[in-house]
Design a protein around this ligand. Structure first.
Ligand code: MN
Length: 292
């Protein structure tokens, strides 16, 4: 089987977070060529473009995030329809609404999408439960059909994910309201204590089996704050006690070459918090692990 061409789609969104630093993540990674060698040896990785927010800085963040998510959804769906593999590089995690709505749109109407959500947080708030009202704390709820219609209806009115087709991995910081939503829906959450007990490899293998059991395609949404900030400082919302880069790289290598893996998203790179580009290099290593 020939490897599909990888379309790198940068998303310069920072409006979903209080600190907008992640907005400049894709531009730094592209300018300094951190993903360049994904190109080798066959030239199958192409930076398509970087999606920017509309030039209306005073617009409400919800309006800006919805506009950018729609643009991302269109590009991701077009990439899949060309038979390519979209690699979305955020930006804050609100771009996930666009990424996975786009993947869902490229599938058949009755086909289901599976997703591993690797994150220190649950990202499953709605405006009713979120203390901060920050949109990067809401994308998973939106994809499950809960949230503001301007975000839940991108790519069609139906939920983009069924609860049984999603697993969260690496969670260690959350609020009561979002945990209650996931519990009510029956979404499987692998907290850090379970990962420490069983090992990331075993947890990832089990989670991947769950999200591919009934689905036509599956993906990985990787929030870099799942990693331990002692190793990876360049993230939007660091939380102590996370995954090690090498164990996550090994787990992603387990997915490499699996035809059910159809898209990958890596988000929340904050270049202003990075030290000596260690986290930029981690992004490269992790993409390389998953994509070969
Ligand atoms: Mn997140």
């Amino acid at each position: 089987m020939t490897r599909p061409r990888v379309d790198v789609i940068g998303v310069a969104c920072g409006q979903g977070a209080r600190d907008h630093g992640c907005q400049d993540g894709p531009e730094v990674l592209r300018t300094f060529g951190f993903l360049r060698d994904l190109d080798e040896p066959h030239g199958v990785c192409v930076w398509r473009d970087i999606v920017h927010a509309a030039a209306e800085p005073d617009a409400h963040p919800l309006w800006q995030v919805a506009a950018i998510a729609q643009a991302v959804a269109d590009r991701v769906a077009a990439s899949l329809r060309r038979g390519h593999f979209p690699l979305v590089i955020g930006g804050d995690h609100s771009c996930a609404v666009g990424t996975w709505s786009g993947v869902r749109a490229a599938l058949g109407a009755r086909e289901r999408l599976g997703l591993l959500w690797i994150d220190a947080h649950m990202d499953s708030h709605t405006f009713r439960t979120s203390p901060s009202r920050a949109l990067h704390g809401m994308p998973l709820a939106c994809l499950l059909g809960h949230g503001d219609p301007r975000l839940t209806r991108i790519g069609g009115p139906e939920p983009k994910l069924l609860p049984e087709d999603v697993c969260l991995i690496g969670v260690r910081s959350f609020e009561w309201g979002e945990a209650a939503l996931l519990k009510k829906l029956g979404v499987r959450v692998y907290f850090m204590d379970e990962i420490r007990r069983r090992g990331l490899a075993a947890v990832c293998a089990e989670a991947w089996e769950r999200v591919t059991r009934e689905t036509a395609a599956a993906g990985v949404s990787l929030d870099l704050d799942a990693l331990d900030p002692e190793e990876e400082p360049g993230v939007g919302s660091p939380v102590a006690g996370g995954l090690r880069r090498d164990e996550l790289a090994a787990a992603l290598r387990g997915l490499h070459g699996d035809p059910r893996l159809r898209a990958l998203e890596v988000v929340e790179y904050n270049p202003y918090a990075d030290r000596g580009f260690v986290t930029a290099r981690a992004i490269h290593d992790l993409c390389r692990s998953a994509l070969g």
